[in-house]
Design a protein around this ligand. Structure first.
Ligand SMILES: [Zn+2]
Ligand SMILES: [Zn+2]
Length: 664
């Protein structure tokens, strides 16, 4: 028997095999499967390790192909584009130092230091982008080589940041970002292009710069070297890169849309709320129109909690330091708390969370198993210290109200309780127009956790079981749970595909222990209850901000601050307009009338800017026929609609389940 040494056998992800001439690369493999795959390929995974497409495959290797339009593929594209960015900057700015250039969500960045502390201008970005395109056109291969740390230090002798990374990697105290830059301690890997630009990197990259090109540089920002405020301030250039012209265009369009939907801008345009400077950073005041929406959200939440068997509680904004010592917040969460106040020989803190106070309510008297599950609910206002630089409208704020609930139950009740919680959360989120969810289950970190194996096992099983019962797809984040228990995080996707983390269902084995919570079980023994934390909106403020962006200000009719506006064509029709307004108002709708002191067209445009769901226009014919002209938001005008028909349409639009009209 002779073995054919000129062929190798490669195993594919579906466990099928393929024979190729020896010396074949990942690219050859992709081409042998199909030309289209060959063209889309940017890298491979060989025996579990991401590898350049041009590397020769070894016999028996298990290989999958990474294509440009996958997450992993885009990562390779973005990272490779970052190299080209550094290459362009080094060529255009003599003496520029470059540090690190990772791929990030939707794009990449690279950090630079320019000689004499100069900074990049917008014109510079255009110039750099131009040079990058030239490098792309030049079709320069990315050629990998490995060398000793000594040789690498010599090679980068004029690049202090690279030297620092090499030293950290070789001394074994590299963090994950360093390792991504330089490979391992035994062999430092570098990539070189035709222009003699060389960068420290583990790879992989696209085979050649011609595989890139669908990118845009976005902005420059200051960034401290290694995030250290005491270290040098570098210039960070951000960019985005995609697999095709269309994908890039789509992304840029999404950014434009996001800009238009920015809740801080809409809040001003629609007169909903503001952040007065005199009040201080991260604190908002709600104006009447924003107040209407907020009240509707809260009313709806209260009604659902009422029906869901929750007990309403109220707790103060301040607490003695002893409470936060018992709860552990002063030990674990002090950085997130407002500074203390001294009075009556005691120290008081604004509360960062409601949980400790709910534990006090539970502990006020002896509890029996008959009372469990005990579901406490509060719209509880909390204060958290967020650094000034991180504040962002309603999305990151210092004082906010949580729709907070804590459920105390027995171990046996936990699974059912979690399943019904999940139901509850999803049905409320759906009512607000979210239908696209991502679920993440965070499991135990063995290195830092309290509670027995048994209880962790049971709780994790209960969370998993709840997700499965609802047939929900979820991802597992192993070891990502807080030390006190596993949790489910629920993200929603908004109208333009952005992901927002809103709700959490969190098991807690720690607070019941710290507060010594107990109940008398059926056998008269004292037992510890399980505590579940559940935030649904997260915070009213943040949820409102997300809603505002999701709808681009065009709230669904049941939430709109003004649902209907009535406009008379001319002053002769004002009396009839008033009758229509009063009729609708008596039915409980939020309706107003804009008096005819300006031209009709102008009044219609102003009303559209306020994103009012229905603008009614009434003239001579309408008075005669008891009709209205209906100008729906985003639709065409329908003239001569009988007022009764419009009322029915309005009722249907607002929704049967919403009977909150009467409250506002
Ligand atoms: Zn690289
Ligand atoms: Zn809590």
């Amino acid at each position: 028997m002779t073995t054919n040494i000129s062929t190798i056998t490669i195993r594919l992800p579906d466990d099928s095999t393929r024979e190729l001439p020896s010396g074949s690369t990942g690219f050859d493999l992709a081409m042998s499967i199909g030309k289209r795959l060959g063209q889309a390929a940017v890298a491979t995974v060989v025996n579990g390790i991401e590898t350049d497409l041009g590397v020769s495959l070894v016999d028996g290797a298990k290989v999958s192909i990474i294509t440009a339009d996958s997450d992993a593929g885009r990562h390779v594209l973005r990272h490779s584009t970052a190299h080209v960015l550094a290459q362009a900057v080094v060529q255009l700015f003599v003496g520029a130092k470059f540090s690190i250039g990772p791929a990030i969500e939707d794009g990449f960045y690279y950090d630079f230091e320019l000689p004499n502390s100069t900074t990049f201008s917008d014109d510079d970005l255009a110039k750099i982008q131009q040079r990058m395109q030239e490098i792309v056109k030049a079709d320069q291969p990315f050629v990998r080589s490995e060398m000793s740390a000594r040789d690498a230090l010599k090679l980068f002798s004029d690049q202090p940041y690279k030297c620092e990374i090499i030293e950290r990697v070789t001394q074994g105290d590299a963090d994950s970002s360093d390792a991504g830059e330089a490979g391992s301690a035994d062999a430092v890997s570098v990539y070189r292009n035709t222009d003699d630009f060389v960068d420290l990197c583990r790879g992989p990259h696209v085979p050649s710069t011609s595989r890139l090109g669908h990118f845009a540089l976005m902005k420059v920002a200051g960034a401290y070297w290694r995030g250290n405020e005491k270290g040098p301030m570098l210039q960070r250039i951000y960019g985005t890169a995609w697999e095709s012209k269309a994908a890039l265009a789509e992304h840029l369009h999404r950014l434009e849309e996001a800009e238009k939907r920015d809740h801080r801008r809409l809040a001003v345009e629609m007169d909903l709320l503001s952040f007065p400077q005199e009040l201080g950073g991260g604190l908002a005041v709600w104006h009447p129109k924003g107040g209407i929406v907020r009240k509707l959200m809260e009313d709806y939440s209260r009604e659902r909690h009422q029906n869901g068997g929750y007990k309403f509680v109220f707790t103060p904004h301040l607490a003695n330091a002893h409470l936060f010592e018992t709860s552990g917040h002063l030990q674990f969460y002090k950085d997130g708390m407002y500074p203390p106040m001294e009075m009556d020989n005691g120290t008081y803190y604004p509360k960062p969370m409601n949980c400790p106070m709910h534990c006090l309510i539970y502990r006020d008297r002896q509890r029996s198993y008959r009372e469990l599950p005990l579901r406490l609910f509060e719209l509880g206002t909390v204060y958290r210290y967020e650094r000034a630089g991180t504040l962002h409208g309603l999305l990151r704020i210092r004082g906010f109200t949580q729709d907070d609930s804590h459920i105390f139950c027995t171990e046996e009740q936990m699974a059912d309780e979690i399943a019904s919680l999940l139901d509850f959360v999803l049905s409320v989120l759906r009512r607000f127009g979210f239908n696209d969810f991502d679920f993440k289950l965070s499991t135990r970190n063995l290195e830092k956790s309290v509670g027995s194996d048994e209880i962790w096992g049971k709780a994790t099983e209960a969370l998993t079981e709840a997700l499965n019962r609802h047939g929900l797809k979820y991802t597992v984040s192993p070891g990502d749970a807080a030390f006190y228990g596993p949790k489910i995080d629920i993200d929603v996707r908004d109208a333009i595909g952005r992901k927002w983390q809103l709700s959490t269902i969190q098991c807690d084995f720690n607070l019941p222990e710290r507060f010594g919570l107990e109940y008398i079980a059926t056998d008269n023994a004292r037992k510890r209850p399980i505590m579940l934390h559940r935030a649904l909106f997260g915070s009213i403020e943040r949820f409102f901000g997300v809603l505002l962006e999701h709808y681009g200000g065009a709230f669904p009719t049941w939430l709109a601050p003004i649902q209907v506006r009535v406009l008379a064509v001319a002053s002769a029709h004002e009396q009839y307009a008033l009758e229509v307004t009063e009729t609708l108002s008596k039915l409980g709708y939020r309706v107003d009338q804009l008096v005819a002191d300006e031209q009709l067209g102008k009044r219609i445009r102003a009303s559209k800017l306020e994103r009012i769901p229905y603008v009614l226009v009434v003239g001579d014919d309408d008075i005669a026929g008891a009709t209205v002209g209906v100008n729906p938001r985003g639709g065409d005008v329908i003239r001569g609609v009988s007022l009764n028909d419009f009322i029915q349409q309005l009722a249907a639009d607002v929704g049967q389940e919403n009977n909150l009209q009467k409250h506002v």
